[in-house]
Structure formats: C-alpha cells, structure tokens
Design a protein around this ligand. Structure first.
Ligand SMILES: O=C(O)c1ccccc1NCC(=O)[C@H](O)[C@H](O)COP(=O)(O)O
Length: 234
C-alpha cells in the first residue's frame, strides 16, 4: 500500500506510541550478513505486527544486498507505508520506486548538490511519493531544512563511508534544532535500544529508524515494541 509515512507517524503519536520505522537490510559493510537466512518478507511481516509506523527497505545492491524485487514483495506483504533507501541521483531514478509502490524515498544531502536535491524533491512530490531528506552535518542540515521535503532525516552514521563508523544519537542532538518545526524529524541509524529513543526524542526527533539492532535482537517483535513503548509524548 502507498499510504503516507508522515500520516502513519502522526497516527502512532496520537496513539501514545513512539513512532518507529524498522528496516529490512540484508547486510551492511560494517556488520556483514544481517538477515542470517531469514526471508525478508516474513521478517517484514513480523516487524509490521510490532506496531511500527513504517518499514524501510534498503534496495541498494552492491554494499547492502538490497533489490527492487524485495521492495515490491514487502510493499505487497505489509499494510504499512514503505520507505525505499538507495543512492538516488537523478529524477528518472525516482519513477521505479513509485511504480514499486514505495510511499517514501530517501534523498541524501551528502551525495547531492543543493540544486539537484531541490529538483529531486520537486520531482518526487510531483510523482506523489514522499521524501525523507537526510543530513549528517550542520551544513547539510541547513540545506535540507530549507527544502520542502516531507520528512527531515538525521543520519547518525556517516553514509559517505558506508556507515562503518561507530556512532550514537549525539548527531541528532547536534542537528535537530537546525530543522524548522512542523515536519517529522527522523533519527536514523545507531539506535540500540529504548535509551537511544529517549535521547533522540529529547533532542527533537519525532521518529527513529532502526535496522541492525532489530535484526540482531533475539526477539525482533519484542525489541520493536520496547522502542515504541517509550511512548509519546516522551
Ligand atoms: O542512509 C543512507 O544514506 C543510505 C543510503 C543508501 C543505502 C543505505 C543507507 N543507509 C543504511 C541505512 O539506512 C541504515 O541501515 C538505517 O539507517 C538503519 O541503521 P542501523 O540501525 O544503524 O542499522
């Protein structure tokens, strides 16, 4: 389904839950294999049963082992908005994500000039797909905050080195105050548990995006319920 990720985040907040976007990621340059033989669609269904606001699917194949096939399969399997994560650099790359049924698409300030980023946001809006525009530095956050993207992202890890850095949510504390009010701020990456959700929320985040910790958890559903159970308002 292609319902709004923004609306789903607001729904969770109104229900008194902290909004969590949980991720299907086959592997990462830092951690290696993450799915450990699990079927990505079965895994996505399990996460959906934990009450998350949305599912993120990393489609980038070379470093993260993703694919458009997995994106399409997850969209078909869950009744939640699905965010697609990849390195999009031109407007014609957006249309396949729209056709695959993604509700939202990641755009990354560190990989794009401000003009290009603005053109991609415009194209995505015209095609009816929401954008999560992500910053990792002060300079990027200033650019992202001035664009009309739907969701404002802060990547706690450095995607320019493929997230092999050791990070924590302190990056969210540095950047969230640079964003304008009114749009959901998503703290992405390096969320290890409820304490990180509380820190991100205290810094101004409206949602967290979690991949590795949920994939490594002995009980993913219980882990995600624990993050959402931090509650809203925090
Ligand atoms: O976030 C990006 O810029 C990105 C772009 C293209 C492919 C992957 C990308 N990042 C990876 C992630 O999205 C993280 O897996 C996600 O934020 C979860 O992080 P973690 O909980 O630390 O696994």
């Amino acid at each position: 389904m292609t319902r709004s990720l923004v609306a789903s985040i607001r729904d969770r907040q109104h229900a008194g839950l902290f909004p969590v976007i949980s991720e299907v990621k086959s592997r990462s340059p830092k951690e290696g294999d993450l799915l450990a033989g699990r079927d990505p669609v079965t895994y996505a269904r399990a996460m959906a049963s934990a009450g998350v606001a949305g599912i993120s699917v990393v489609t980038e194949p070379e470093h993260f082992g993703g694919s458009m096939d997995v994106l399409r399969a997850v969209v078909a399997a869950v009744d939640l908005p699905v965010l697609a994560k990849d390195f999009v650099t031109s407007p014609d790359e957006i249309d396949p994500f729209v056709q695959a049924g993604a509700a939202a698409l990641l755009l990354i300030a560190s990989h794009l000039e401000a003009d290009t980023l603005a053109a991609l946001v415009d194209h995505a809006r015209a095609r009816g797909i929401e954008t999560l525009v992500e910053a990792h530095t002060v300079e990027e956050a200033r650019i992202v905050g001035a664009l009309p993207g739907d969701l404002l992202g802060i990547n706690n890890r450095d995607i320019t080195v493929l997230e092999v850095d050791d990070s924590d949510v302190s990056r969210t504390a540095e950047l969230a105050g640079l964003y304008p009010a009114g749009r959901p701020v998503v703290s992405e990456s390096a969320i290890a548990g409820p304490a990180d959700v509380r820190r991100a929320a205290a810094a101004g985040a409206d949602a967290v995006l979690v991949g590795t910790a949920a994939l490594r958890a002995p009980d993913t559903v219980a882990f995600l319920r624990g993050l959402a159970g931090v509650g809203w308002p925090v």
